[in-house]
Design a protein around this ligand. Structure first.
Ligand SMILES: NC(=O)c1ccc[n+]([C@@H]2O[C@H](COP(=O)([O-])OP(=O)(O)OC[C@H]3O[C@@H](n4cnc5c(N)ncnc54)[C@H](OP(=O)(O)O)[C@@H]3O)[C@@H](O)[C@H]2O)c1
Length: 286
């Protein structure tokens, strides 16, 4: 049976359980989506069966994400909304203020997951995590987590946080070996959510992913996303095209063999990273 043009599994929410959170494995990324088209994509994604939306204060689209959520008619309790605090707001009073402003823009009383967007070496992590924990205890976020944290920083964050951290959102796709940081997350029970999961479109042109896709009647992008979710890694692909929402979601109706998983893992190379930014704390960001 197909509903809303999606495979049967589209309305089944596959999720990762992590330190008390249940994070839908398949989500929608919204970086660079703006205005009316952002609201429309979010609305359509939710209608199609997506139950996890990823935004950030830095994306300048939380208002539109909230509009899309309300327009979809999907119950608030059924959607997992993640937003992120920008590092220039990591000093305690600003973090709390920034979190409240996110909620005002989203027009929500709480988010499901509030992340520290990038590590900020200029603010003591203990202070930032203290503020993040307070925001959680005040009911502004159901769960808290981190993003772009290295192994050493994951260990440190877990040690310093009084509230459980549930997720590290990191760049992950077949062209980048993230085994070590994924191992650190798993040791601490944190979910891994992959950003840029199709390597900003690069996966679509890859010959091996295309070849494996042919054997399953799937596209290279679907194989790439499947490779991640089959390892229990969440995916939040972004698209501005409504017609791609459907195919990016149809990743739960086939299984890659161990051999295919290993061959795809072999695509990693030292220059595989597609997001080469690191927060520097330089004045232009403050
Ligand atoms: N925590 C962080 O620091 C961080 C950093 C980066 C990203 N993120 C999050 O992760 C999300 C996803 O990452 P991303 O936006 O960097 O990259 P991505 O999802 O890997 O790739 C997005 C690009 O792929 C294209 N695309 C999507 N589906 C496709 C398909 N089926 N076939 C062909 N092309 C396709 C899109 O173009 P069209 O729009 O034309 O489809 C877009 O150009 C972001 O939107 C954001 O929410 C977080």
């Amino acid at each position: 049976m197909r509903r809303n043009g999606m495979d049967e599994g589209a309305h089944v929410t596959h999720a990762i359980e992590a330190n008390g959170a249940r994070i839908p494995l398949r989500g929608l990324g919204t970086w660079d989506l703006r205005g009316r088209s952002c609201a429309r994509i979010v609305e359509q994604a939710l209608r199609f069966g997506y139950r996890h939306i990823d935004t950030a204060e830095m994306y300048d689209n939380e208002r539109e994400v909230g509009e899309g959520l309300r327009a979809s008619g999907v119950k608030r309790a059924d959607v997992f909304v993640t937003t992120k605090i920008w590092p220039s707001h990591f000093a305690p009073p600003s973090l709390e203020r920034a979190a409240k402003e996110c909620l005002v823009r989203l027009r929500l009383s709480e988010v499901d997951l509030l992340l520290l967007h990038w590590p900020n070496p200029h603010v003591p992590l203990a202070e930032t995590l203290g503020a993040l924990g307070k925001v959680k205890r005040e009911g502004l976020a159901r769960h808290i987590g981190i993003s772009n944290f290295t192994v050493a920083l994951v260990d440190e964050a877990v040690r310093l946080s009084s509230e459980p951290l549930v997720c590290n959102q990191i760049e992950a796709h077949p062209f980048l070996d993230q085994t070590t940081v994924i191992g650190a997350c798993r040791r601490h029970g944190l979910a891994v959510v992959a950003y840029s999961p199709i390597a900003r479109g690069q996966a679509v042109r890859d010959p091996l992913l295309t070849e494996i896709g042919k054997a399953h009647g799937k596209s290279a992008a679907q194989v790439c996303l499947r490779w991640l979710v089959q390892q229990d890694i969440g995916v939040i692909p972004r698209t501005a095209k409504i017609e791609r929402l459907e195919s990016n979601a149809a990743i739960f109706d086939f299984t890659l063999s161990d051999d295919e998983m290993a061959r795809i893992g072999g695509l990693a190379h030292p220059r595989g990273r597609v997001v080469n930014y690191a927060y520097s704390g330089a004045p232009e960001w403050d």
